[in-house]
Design a protein around this ligand. Structure first.
Ligand code: ADP
Length: 355
């Protein structure tokens, strides 16, 4: 099936030699909501601007609905971009701002007015239509920016840190609106953010980037459950990363690895291995029968907050892990700091990755 958007080995080196993006591959289905997530400077905006056509591509190709648009100017692409600061024209009215993209395209006046009216109505903006854009609140400006992006009926809407300027409450409201709107319109959304909760909460798939490369492309749940690289394991969620080496010859892909704290399932075959353990996968037991997968340490501290016991278990002088238990567990309550403990780990929750 033809994809809505396809990036094939796309890269960008700026004239000053900065390699902002390398070998970016991505296929996006019609109506998908995809987030680009990563720390500041990792190349998210550069990639979005290359998709929009505002930035030349150093190497690779961009396809939209199967058509190669690598050298097609922005206004001829089936995209619309919404910028972080909304880039509204402050002295133009709301109506003029929204009509702008249609004017650029040379849409006949009657058709333009009809489309603008419809979208203003959809975003509940009719009462502000004649007000200047700089006389509006942050949330209203946000809606105008969305209306302006959508009025040209793009196939793909590109949003660059679009909610970044809003306070937390408004941000949550607009996040909900955005998700509903996207479902309703069935338009493909590509959304750039450095906020993890936003990417994981809104999108169907997340592209995690660091240093100009794609680390992992997965559904939000799989990013949590099955990180594929040390960067993702560290960046997403609250994981403990434990390095280890294979124990003996593994006859399958999953042998045992020896860690400084105990034995875990491993990838074997001489690979440097890292076990990723989500905070909720630990089970504490007083020293006793070990699980199939277990680590040993000493209780460093425990604090009861409501019905939850927050424990810290020291594995060695460098590493402490956080463990949550039911506060009413007598066996755990009987432990004092310094007591040796076993941490059982649910094997199904552990992910082994190459270090
Ligand atoms: P992000 O959106 O993830 O914060 P950017 O795509 O803005 O990252 O930037 C990626 C890298 O490219 C950074 O190292 C940034 O400093 C660099 N960069 C961005 N724009 C330019 C430019 N016009 N010229 C040179 N380097 C740039």
């Amino acid at each position: 099936m033809v994809k809505d958007l396809e990036l094939i080995s796309v890269g960008k080196t700026y004239p000053d030699g900065t390699v902002a993006v390398s070998d970016f591959d991505l296929k996006v289905e019609k109506g998908e909501f995809v987030a680009f997530l990563g720390p500041s400077g990792c190349g998210k905006s550069t990639t979005l601007r290359m998709i929009a056509g505002f930035e030349d591509i150093t190497n690779g190709e961009v396809l939209m609905m199967g058509r190669n648009v690598t050298h097609v100017p922005p206004e001829k692409r089936p995209t619309s971009m919404i910028f972080q600061n909304y880039a509204l024209f402050p002295h133009m009215s709301v109506r003029e701002n929204v009509a702008f993209g249609l004017d650029v395209k040379g849409t006949p006046k009657a058709e333009r007015d009809q489309k603008v009216d419809r979208i203003l109505d959809m975003f509940d903006l009719e009462q502000f239509a004649d007000r200047k854009a700089d006389k509006l609140s942050g949330g209203q400006r946000q809606r105008i920016a969305l209306a302006r992006g959508l009025v040209v009926e793009p196939e793909i809407l590109l949003l660059d840190e679009t909610l970044g300027a809003l306070d937390a409450n408004l941000r949550r409201i607009i996040q909900n609106e955005l998700k509903l709107l996207q479902r309703e319109l069935g338009i493909t959304f590509i959304f750039v953010t450095h906020a993890q909760s936003e990417a994981l909460g809104l999108s169907d798939r997340v592209v995690v980037m660091s240093n100009g490369v794609v680390e992992q492309i997965s559904a939000p749940r799989d990013l949590y459950r099955r990180p594929q690289t040390p960067f993702v394991a560290d960046f997403i969620g609250a994981n403990t990363l434990i390095e280890g080496t294979p124990k003996g010859a593994a006859d399958t892909g999953f042998g045992l690895i020896e860690t400084p704290y105990g034995v875990m399932r491993g990838v074997g075959r001489g690979d440097e291995t890292m076990a990723v353990v989500p905070a909720e996968a630990f089970r504490i037991k007083p020293l006793g029968t070990p699980d199939e997968i277990h680590l040993s340490g000493t209780l460093a501290s425990s604090q009861i907050v409501g019905s939850v016991g927050h424990l810290k278990v020291r594995l060695d002088e460098h590493r402490e892990v956080a463990v949550e238990v039911q506060a009413d567990r007598e066996d755990v309550r009987a432990l004092s700091p310094g007591a040796p403990v076993t941490l059982g780990v649910d094997p199904a929750s552990v992910t082994l990755i190459h270090a």
